[in-house]
Design a protein around this ligand. Structure first.
Ligand SMILES: [Zn+2]
Length: 70
């Protein structure tokens, strides 16, 4: 299913929560091919070393991440 429930044109990787464009077929971070349209909240991590947001969602890479993925 590729319908858009939200205005943001992203889908979330079910494994690592990274947000990628809809036309991406493989997660660039963990190589998973399992994505979800049903996600909530977006965190953009620019400098993971000094980001409290990165700590909360437990990521060590920069990028866009969903807070919740169902
Ligand atoms: Zn991933």
């Amino acid at each position: 299913m590729r319908y858009r429930r939200r205005r943001l044109p992203f889908k979330a990787c079910k494994k690592c929560k990274m947000l990628v464009d809809y036309d991406v077929e493989r997660c660039p971070r963990c190589s998973s091919t399992s994505f979800s349209d049903d996600w909530e909240g977006m965190v953009i991590v620019v400098r993971p070393q000094s980001s409290s947001a990165a700590e909360i969602i437990e990521v060590k890479d920069s990028g866009r991440f969903a807070i919740k993925v169902r």
